[in-house]
Design a protein around this ligand. Structure first.
Ligand SMILES: Cc1cc2nc3c(=O)[nH]c(=O)nc-3n(C[C@H](O)[C@H](O)[C@H](O)COP(=O)(O)OP(=O)(O)OC[C@H]3O[C@@H](n4cnc5c(N)ncnc54)[C@H](O)[C@@H]3O)c2cc1C
Length: 533
């Protein structure tokens, strides 16, 4: 009874003071939204089921090793700087972000090693060294990549940083999309410019980092090469979780609350309008606005299971194409700091097949015998990740999600698959690995489903395909429930740290400041007043 009275008192206090925003989820999207809402004058409570902030960008610590679970490549750092500036703070006072070049090394089964560089001269030299006949095509590809970037993020269009809930906003860019052959895939576009299959792979694999199939995802994602070249590839000392912790610090400095180990069971709706959230503990948290950073699929089909939906029905969510699953092996090694000298921070180890493997993952739902890996070794620049003389690694293999007819039985397959991964690493990258292994942890699509409540155990929510992007993706402002907003990978503009930070910026534009005024940058009539407070 005492607890109940406490809660009641708290809710009354919240109601009587500022307008209250409940944020479901402390992923990068939820934390960024909470920071912005705090800066706009709201009282904010962030609720997450995990015991740590950062969601997919959190970490686990074991035996003196820190394993960063998800994002390792931070691009577009100005989005973080702008976020901090919006809150009246300086990002560099909180986070030690370092540019990393060469960006990554891509190895091929024939022994070729391609080092991707930020510096244009060095990168052209690398292309000329390995693929001399493709240098001219590479130059033209980079011009094309810049055009795509300008289209998505330039000051006139900025479709990646503006709301897209009005169909007209998507329709009016279609002629430009057609001109840029957005119907072509990222791979198809790269193949138009360069002939060597290895270079085609190196210029087209990036969608895999946001859950997209390079052979079907729109060529607009070809913008990533320009984006990397212009803004660099960065890493936060202390891992990406250090960024999440910095965000949590700002939230608490704003006087707002972060509740961990608290799962939201339901979004409360009364007379069609959102009124708060119910926690799994049974506690109700009243709120004027709810921002969901839970996956958009989970938001609509679980958290709003008792409410009738116009657009995002269970059937429609089930019909979407979901991004692939991920099998990630996190492992520690000892006495290896001076071993494997040429194994850098980011390495992509290609197996024998590219298209065939991607097809098995996205189309056939089959666990292939071969695999291609992304290997991360943070200890090259970050001594906080492992004990002295030791290394922390993660090796990631894209695998089918759990949405196929006969999903992979990970109870049975996980250990043999991990062993296969270890053998491949011993043979191709880390000779003698077995003798140095210490800690070991794995995550399969089952963990993504159960830990992050990710539909079908997908690694990155809905696949960022053309007809699942912009207006076609679940909107940042719910078309069904006034007071409900969505941030994170499952809403516009899509997955990846820059995408989810942009989703929070968009939501903050859609919601008036606590004093009722709107941000100046908002387009006329952007907010449907029927949805606002
Ligand atoms: C292995 C891996 C590597 C990646 N590498 C990169 C990279 O290098 N660069 C890059 O830019 N991106 C990368 N990404 C993608 C990027 O990490 C994600 O797109 C992004 O972090 C997703 O953020 P989010 O805000 O959408 O939410 P999430 O990180 O998914 O967080 C959502 C949070 O909501 C919580 N939650 C869900 N439901 C509830 C509920 N009902 N109640 C309470 N809490 C709930 C979850 O616990 C979680 O903490 C990677 C992803 C993975 C998995």
């Amino acid at each position: 009874m005492l607890v109940k009275l406490d809660t009641l008192e708290k809710n009354i206090k919240i109601k009587s003071a500022k307008k209250h925003v409940a944020v479901i989820g402390a992923g990068f999207g939820g934390l960024a939204a909470a920071m912005r809402m705090g800066a706009k004058g709201y009282q904010v409570t962030v609720v997450d089921k995990l015991d740590i902030v950062g969601g997919r960008g959190s970490c686990i610590e074991k035996g003196g090793y820190r394993f960063d679970l998800g994002p390792t490549i931070i691009t577009m750092p100005h989005l973080l700087e702008e976020l901090w500036a919006f809150c009246g703070k300086r990002f560099s006072n909180y986070i030690d972000l370092r540019a990393k070049t060469p960006f990554y090394t891509i190895t091929f089964p024939d022994g070729t090693k391609f080092h991707a560089q930020q510096d244009e001269t060095l990168m052209r030299k690398e292309v000329a060294r390995l693929f001399p006949n493709d240098l001219d095509g590479y130059d033209r590809f980079m011009v094309d990549s810049e055009r795509r970037y300008e289209f998505a993020f330039s000051s006139t269009n900025k479709i990646g940083r503006l709301p897209m809930q009005r169909l007209w906003d998507t329709l009016k860019v279609i002629p430009k999309f057609a001109l840029m052959r957005a119907d072509r895939s990222v791979f198809g576009n790269a193949a138009k410019y360069v002939k060597d299959e290895r270079l085609r792979m190196a210029l087209s694999f990036h969608p895999l980092f946001v859950g997209g199939n390079p052979f079907t995802v729109t060529s607009m994602w070809g913008l990533v090469c320009h984006l990397e070249k212009t803004y660099g590839v960065h890493y936060a000392i202390g891992g990406s979780v250090a960024i999440a912790k910095g965000m949590a610090k700002v939230i608490s400095q704003q006087g707002n609350e972060l509740r961990l180990n608290s799962q939201v069971d339901e979004i409360l709706v009364s007379s069609g309008k959102v009124t708060g959230v119910k926690l799994s503990s049974g506690e109700d948290l009243a709120a004027d606005i709810v921002i969901s950073n839970a996956d958009s699929g989970h938001t609509y089909n679980q958290l709003l299971r008792k409410s009738k939906k116009k657009r995002w029905t269970d059937k429609k969510i089930g019909r979407q194409r979901w991004s692939m699953g991920l099998f990630v092996w996190y492992f520690g090694t000892n006495n290896t700091r001076s071993l494997w000298k040429d194994v850098d921070f980011h390495t992509v180890v290609n197996g024998p097949r590219y298209k065939g493997l991607v097809n098995d993952i996205f189309v056939n739902g089959k666990l292939s015998d071969d695999m291609s890996l992304y290997v991360h070794r943070p200890t090259v620049v970050d001594s906080t990740a492992a004990p002295k003389n030791c290394d922390t690694f993660y090796a990631l293999s894209p695998v089918p999600n759990l949405g196929f007819k006969n999903p992979i039985d990970w109870q049975k397959e996980a250990e043999p698959y991990r062993k296969k991964m270890q053998d491949l690493l011993e043979k191709n990258l880390l000779p003698g690995l077995g003798k140095h292994l210490t800690e070991s942890e794995i995550m399969t699509p089952i963990d993504f489903r159960d830990k992050y409540l990710s539909p079908f155990g997908s690694g990155f929510s809905m696949e960022p395909q053309m007809f699942q992007s912009a207006w076609f993706r679940p909107h940042n402002i719910s078309e069904n429930f006034p007071g409900l907003y969505l941030v994170g990978a499952g809403t516009h503009p899509g997955p990846g740290v820059p995408g989810v930070l942009a989703s929070a910026e968009i939501v903050a534009k859609l919601i008036p400041n606590a004093d009722g005024t709107f941000e100046k940058s908002i387009r006329k009539n952007e907010t449907n007043l029927e949805y606002s407070l």
